[in-house]
Design a protein around this ligand. Structure first.
Ligand code: DUC
Ligand code: ZN
Ligand code: ZN
Length: 476
């Protein structure tokens, strides 16, 4: 009788630290042996000439997240995780979002109902705290952190989500006491509101003015403020979806001072510019996301940040709204002023291939950094490592096998999400995951999705930092 369920042979196995050519054996969904000439498995995959990478961890994506009236995300957990798997991702961390005035626990329960029986790959949840009431901060949040929801996002903009500085401080203090990780959407709400009204008053309402309403300075100021508030509380903070040089300078400055400040960026800031919002008619709405894509010089700055270590995490920020749909980008009509266009673009399946092609094969980052940015670092920062995000004995057998020789063109018709467009239509890429394995099961092979809805499991997260009880060194 064979002792291994699966053996992957002769691939170039890559972790965040090193590469080596070896075999990997899988039993009961976990990696149980690595070495040369391992004994036969019930199933065998020859990975000669291919890279064997940890499956991607997409630590920032939005799936089936309830939106305001009349707006609906196109991807639920089934279509969203199917699309992720076909792009080499094996773990997603979307958001359970609290509604203002409602319970955070109710949001988590609701989100479990949405994911359960549908997810094709494993998942954890971040929380979104939109109402930092005493009940949420003192009771609900500590209990949820204890139960494995150990990271949360807070917003400095969007009327239905934003916290003021005092509320941010109180929320950061809970993160410090309980050992959680705080993610911050850093844009100055008042600046955006004022600029939006000013633009509207002179009739500048087309999609391209979305970028003018949210210039770099608005992101830079909020990034600096978020860093300062986190420094005051002495707790780590991760600035999400960083779009360009000015915010990067703030993060680098903070890191240089020894603060635990992390940075995340996303494909839209490498591959899109504000010009993509300036298309005929309403087409620019396809690329409306916040912060907005900037210009070529900022793209270069984001590449530099990936190369030189300012960024630790590369996520999709997949926010799936259909274009030609009255619940999607056209929810307020196809001539709606930019501020009524749902924010976000799809990218859960294209995240890894874009960075692999242009970053790794383009010679900008080496493949170990690719693994760090897309799998190992997010798993570490959010408390999933070493179960997720690496290839090691004892880790879950979440693996993506990449063929660096495949050349292909991104076509929305061939992607697996439920969105009717991709902003990357027609881009020519090199390298692609040819096989994706989720806890030992092949879910994507040679262009075919092989997974099943419901095979993905919820994975609770460990605390990313030690809890520091109130009064340990400071009063909070
Ligand atoms: N901005 C966000 O903050 N979230 C979803 C998508 C977007 O563009
Ligand atoms: Zn955000
Ligand atoms: Zn987001």
């Amino acid at each position: 009788m064979n002792s291994f369920d699966l053996v992957i042979r002769n691939g170039t196995v890559v972790t965040a630290a090193d590469t080596s050519i070896c075999d990997i054996a899988v039993r009961d969904g976990r990696i149980v042996a690595m070495g040369e000439g391992l004994e036969a498995g019930r199933e065998e995959i020859d990975a000669s000439g291919q890279f064997v990478l940890p499956g991607g961890v997409d630590a920032h994506c939005h799936l089936d997240q309830p939106m305001g009236p009349g707006v609906q995300m196109a991807d639920d957990f089934e279509s969203g995780t199917r699309s992720a798997a076909c792009g080499g991702t094996t773990t997603v961390i979307p958001f359970a979002a609290q509604e203002k005035g409602a319970s955070l626990k109710a949001a988590v329960e609701d989100y479990h109902r949405r994911a359960n029986g549908k997810s094709c790959i494993d998942y954890a949840f971040h929380l979104i705290i939109s109402d930092a009431s005493q009940d949420v901060l003192v009771r609900e949040l500590p209990e949820l952190i204890e139960a494995g929801y150990t990271s949360f996002k807070i917003y400095m903009t969007y009327d239905d989500l934003k916290l003021d500085d005092r509320q941010i401080l109180e929320t950061l203090a809970v993160a410090r006491r309980e050992g959680a990780m705080t993610m911050v959407h850093a844009e100055n709400a008042d600046c955006i509101a004022w600029l939006t009204e000013t633009l509207e008053a002179i009739g500048h309402t087309a999609p391209r003015y979305h970028a003018d309403a949210r210039p770099s300075i608005v992101e830079r100021e909020a990034t600096h403020r978020a860093i300062s508030l986190a420094e005051l509380v002495d707790t780590p903070v991760l600035i999400v979806h960083v779009s360009g040089r000015e915010a990067i300078e703030q993060i680098r400055w903070a890191q240089g001072r020894g603060l635990r400040v992390y940075g995340e960026t996303c494909p839209q800031y490498l591959f899109l510019t504000a010009e993509d919002l300036d298309k005929d008619g309403f087409e620019g709405a396809k690329c409306v996301c916040s912060p907005p894509p900037r210009d070529k010089a900022n793209q270069a700055g984001v590449w530099d940040g990936l190369e030189n270590g300012v960024f630790q995490v590369f996520s999709s920020d997949h926010a799936p709204f259909r274009y030609d749909d009255d619940k999607g980008k056209k929810a307020a009509g196809d001539t709606a002023p930019f501020q009524y266009i749902p924010n976000g673009i799809p990218g859960i399946e294209t995240r890894l291939p874009l960075l692999f092609s242009e970053g790794v094969l383009g010679g900008r980052i080496d493949i170990t950094r690719f693994v760090a940015l897309t799998a190992t670092n997010p798993a570490r920062i959010y408390g999933l490592y070493p179960r997720k995000g690496t290839i090691a004995i004892g880790a879950d057998a979440d693996i993506a096998i990449w063929d660096p020789k495949v050349e292909w063109t991104i076509r929305n018709a061939e992607l697996h999400h439920n969105v009717d467009y991709t902003p990357y239509e027609g881009m020519q890429l090199r390298g692609r995951p040819v096989t994706t394995i989720s806890r030992g099961q092949v879910v994507w092979r040679n262009g075919q999705f092989k997974g099943t809805a419901g095979q993905g499991r919820f994975v609770p997260c460990e605390r990313p930092q030690p809890a520091r009880p109130r009064g340990e060194s400071r009063g909070f």
